[in-house]
Design a binder for this molecule. Structure first.
Ligand code: F1P
Length: 351
């Protein structure tokens, strides 16, 4: 087995997994799934997870807000356990918690579920493996994703697509549901076009990597940084694009990678930041749905998504390149992304 082969196979196999998940979602009665517990859209939905699943929670909350499906926030499961008054904003109506966990065994998530049980707060669980979380949840959505890799790839994108599907259904946004259905074919063509380019790009020597984004793409930038850290044991971080100017840009030099996940809404302003960092000597990566005239050919690696989906539905397409980059950087360093240093598939804490 070559280094990272299992993880890379699962990354490039996402189009097929997305199709299977969308088939499952099309057959679901979403209203029945969330039930009365979700109440009117005025009730706040609180998305909860750890690690990759926390960034997934942030991306899902942004989607619910953007589509007007519900007021939504995201917190790490640990905040519910350690600072419940802060996490749940106790002065307001009880939230509708959504617990997200690929494994369904992460201790902080299980303990949060037990907390909600004690408080009499009904919640919804989103999982791939099911396990304890599914068994203790009165409402759960288990997606048909079988993922062996330690790091989360297709599980992240599949659960994100599922939550976006729920948000679009609740808000009656047929265009977003249709857009989600277009993603598997789009990704299939993009992998053919860019997989080898990302592998070549990963051979460059970076001391550190900063991934920049605004809005709903910010959690995708955070997940991109986490994939690079987990799969290649390299230092990476995410920043709001404009925030990068306020100090962190001091790390920029020719050994620094700056990657921009560029929205359609704020492309021009976000691209200015990337151009400034290139002028400071950074090696650059740009991911965008389209590159207006005068903006192409600036980044060292440019990935054009070309999706027909509405902007909120494109989030999963942006993260695949960080999944690949992290794995290829790990292999280039002689590491095995299938067995990342210090990591386990789930974090279960002793009692
Ligand atoms: C959460 C998680 C992953 C991380 C690693 C350890 O898992 O923190 O995000 O990459 O695999 O577990 P889960 O609760 O979604 O199973």
């Amino acid at each position: 087995m070559t280094l990272g082969s299992k993880t890379l196979r699962e990354i490039t196999g996402q189009p097929k997994v997305w199709r299977q998940c969308l088939e499952t979602l099309d057959s679901l009665d979403i209203t029945h799934l969330i039930g009365k517990a979700a109440g009117a859209s005025a009730r706040e939905w609180l998305f909860i997870g750890c690690g990759t699943s926390y960034y997934l929670a942030q991306a899902a909350a942004a989607t619910f807000q953007l589509l007007g499906a519900a007021n939504a926030r995201a917190v790490p499961a640990s905040e519910v356990l350690l600072f419940p008054l802060l996490a749940l904003q106790a002065h307001r109506d009880r939230p509708f918690p959504i617990l997200i966990s690929r494994s369904g065994t992460t201790s902080e998530v299980i303990q949060a579920a037990e907390y909600f049980h004690r408080e009499g707060i009904e919640f919804l669980a989103i999982t791939c493996d099911g396990n304890e979380l599914e068994s203790i949840s009165s409402r759960s959505l288990k997606l048909p994703v079988v993922e062996e890799s330690t790091v989360m790839t297709s599980s992240f994108t599949s659960m994100l697509i599922a939550l976006q599907y729920v948000a679009a259904t609740l808000s009656g946004n047929a265009e977003v549901v249709k857009g989600l259905h277009s993603l598997p074919d789009t990704l299939e063509h993009l992998i053919e076009a860019y997989d080898e380019k990302v592998r070549e790009f990963a051979k460059r020597d970076f001391d550190n990597a900063s991934f920049l984004a605004q809005g709903a793409l910010f959690p995708i930038a955070s997940e991109t940084a986490l994939k690079v850290m987990e799969s290649s044991s390299s230092y990476a971080e995410s920043f709001h694009s404009f925030e990068f100017r306020h100090g962190p840009k001091s790390i920029v030099n020719k050994h620094a990678l700056v990657g921009a996940l560029l929205s359609e809404t704020a492309f021009e302003e976000e691209f200015k930041v990337l151009r400034e960092m290139k002028d400071l000597g950074a090696q650059t990566l740009a991911i965008a749905n389209a590159f207006p005239r005068g903006c192409s050919g600036v980044a060292d690696l440019e990935i054009k998504l070309g999706s027909v989906a509405p902007e909120p539905a494109r989030l999963s397409l942006y993260v695949v390149w960080g999944q690949l980059l992290g794995s290829y950087m790990g292999v280039r360093k002689g590491l095995d992304p299938d067995s990342p240093q210090n990591l386990t598939r789930a974090v279960t804490l002793g009692d």
